[in-house]
Each structure stands twice: as C-alpha cells, then as structure tokens.
Design a binder for this molecule. Sequence first.
Ligand SMILES: *Cc1c(COP(=O)(O)O)cnc(C)c1O
Length: 399
Amino acid sequence: MKRHTHKPETKAARGAANLEKKNGPLSIPIYQTSTFEVTDNDEQLRATHTDHFYTRYGNPTNTVAEKTIAALEGVDAALTFASGMGAITTTLMALLKGGDHVVAQRDIYGGVNKFLSQWLPKMGIETTFVDTTDYEQHARAIRANTKLLYLESPTNPTLRIVDFKKVASLAKQHKLLSMIDATFGTPINQHPAEFGIDLVMHSGTKYLSGHTDLICGVVAGRQELIEKVWETRTTLGNCMDPHASWMLVRGLKTLAVRVARQNENAQRVAEFLSAQSKVRKVHYPFLKDHPQNTIAREQMSGGGGMVSFEVEGTAEDARRVSESMRLFTLAPSLGGVESLVSIPVLTSHAMIPAAERAKMGVTEQMIRLSVGIENADDLIADLEHALEAVAASQQVQVG
Ligand SMILES: *Cc1c(COP(=O)(O)O)cnc(C)c1O
C-alpha cells in the first residue's frame, strides 16, 4: 500500500504527537523545568545534545513545537526562539562571519533592516540592499564574499511577492545560503523550502500562535544548518520558555482553520476596498491587478490575511480612517484572530528614513490591515463607516 502523508491541516492539528501511543494526554505536558536529572555522569555527557539536559539547550515541550513546524514546512528540523528577531539574529550570526557579505531585499522587516545595516557591520559583515522583485539587481549585487541571500515574502506592508523559483536558483548558482522571513505567508499558504530555499523563518508571535498572546520565533531547514543555529542559540541564550511553547503548540492546532478564514475575509475586504472612491490603491496578492498576481497564484494556496491600502487624501485622512474603525483595533502586530489596523509610517516603518520609505512604496496615506476571523460583513461595515468619516471631513474642509 502506498504510504499516505498527511496534509498541512492535519500536521498543524495533530503536530508532533505520536498517534500510535495510547493513554497519553492529548494536550502535551509543559516541562516547566530548567534542568533534568541523570542517573550517572556518562548519561550526563550523552544528554548534552538532547532536550533532557538543560532548557537553554532544549526542552521536550519546545521539541513538540519544533517538530510540528518542521513537518509543516516539509524540512528536517526547526528551532524555537524567544522572539522572531531572536530567530533572525541568531541564525544570521550562526551562518555568517567577519568578511562575509549579504544581499538582502529592500522590503524586509524594520528590525532586520536595522540589524543588517547597523549591527552586522560592527562584526565586519556588510549588506547590499536590492529591489525586492528585480532579480537582475540581486545578481549584480553578488560578490566573491557573498554568503547569504535574505528574503521576505509577502513583504510588509506593500505585500510584494518574491518569485521563489528565481531566488532559489540564483542562490544555487552562486552557492549562497538563502533565508526567507515567511511570517506573512504562513506554512498553510506557502512552502518556500519546496522551491529550494534553505531556511524558513517565522515570527511565531503572529499567525503561528494566532491569539496575540505571546512572543516567539522559529527557524526551519536542513539538519546540518539547524545544528549550527542550535549551537549559536545555546550560546546567545534566546531560547523559548516551555510554557510559551505549549501556547504555541495550542495555537498551531487551529492554524489551518484560522488561516483559511483569514484568506477568505481578506479577499472580501480587498475587493470591497478596491471599489471605494476614497481608496487610491489596494495591495493584496490575490487581487488581479497585483503586479505579482500570477506568481502569487502559482506559489501560494491563499492570499493571506494582510491587506494594505492607500487613502485618497492626506496623511491626516489616513490617521482619521484608522482611528474611526471600531472592529479593526488600532495596534501594531498582526496574525491574530482579532482584526488590527496600523499606519506603517507611524509603526513598523517609523525608523526608516522618508527617502528610503518612498523607494519601498510606503506612503503616508497607507493603512495596513491584519484581517482576523470575525464575520467579513461586519469587517466591511466597519471599513465603510471609517471611510465615510473621511469623506465627511473632506467636505467640511472644502465647504
Ligand atoms: C513581527 C515580525 C518580525 C519580528 O518578530 P518578533 O516576534 O516581534 O520579534 C519579523 N518579521 C516579520 C515579517 C514580522 O511581522
């Protein structure tokens, strides 16, 4: 009989639990311990590389989260971290050394931009930033000492889509490691490792945990790379707490249904916004007029829960729209069951100079939505009401 492999929905819900084992708890235990007893010193030596030694090195509750994510991404192994930034900084420090060079896309998370441009140079590691969807520019930026290609897709907040096939083949051709921040994509909508991208990273704070109640990060990839990252993680010490890992595992169980609903809701919201006269532009990968719509449809099974749009008006109008919403809550972050709204130039992109923001296409009129799992009609009614508030204010100004 042909061996049946589980689909992502099943992997997320059942995770790394051993389905053959009887009489065990369905919810995994929280190993809330810093250390583990051994019978003798020989066992002590053997335990060092396991999840039964010392929790900075590993912990059985963390292992369940890590195995579930590795299965979801379709790779050998994964590691959890105290935050998404912890996952990124630790991985980059594990894989790079003084004298190395990185090629990174321009549209990446603000914190990573800062790490690459301000922190890594202190260790003699330089980065060249390139246009996210101009792969010729990527190729031209590669030098003899280039070690790593750093990617993000879909991007924040412009929702550009990176062509996985193209970047993976570019990395292969130049013998570079490739690493992608796939937070917005989730392991339900896309699987970058299938295209040959070496390391897939998520801020688990967002969709993976899904309930706006914890901070964590994960990196997944081939065993030999993950081992290097593991060594650096034990040295830098930004491991995840077992209790947080348990919450992450609980969140993962509903990842597939949450993301399916968020995909549907975001599509409805994006289509609604596209038809509004007070909206200049809508950015959503599964809208037909999105510049990378074809690639998005090829490599993603859903457009995701993030939508951004530009208000027809001023920066002040954008602020007013965001503050007029009731269901969409004004707060940074994303990926939870509750819909959130934020203004990128005031939050995620506040630390990026205006000229650089302009190159990224991040305008003062831009509003970013993280669409949750509420009823889409209610979300649309909230947006309709918020846009009316602006129309009214503009009439007052004219009159
Ligand atoms: C939030 C976020 C991060 C950083 O993750 P933290 O868990 O906040 O450290 C990195 N990349 C993206 C795309 C994010 O949205």
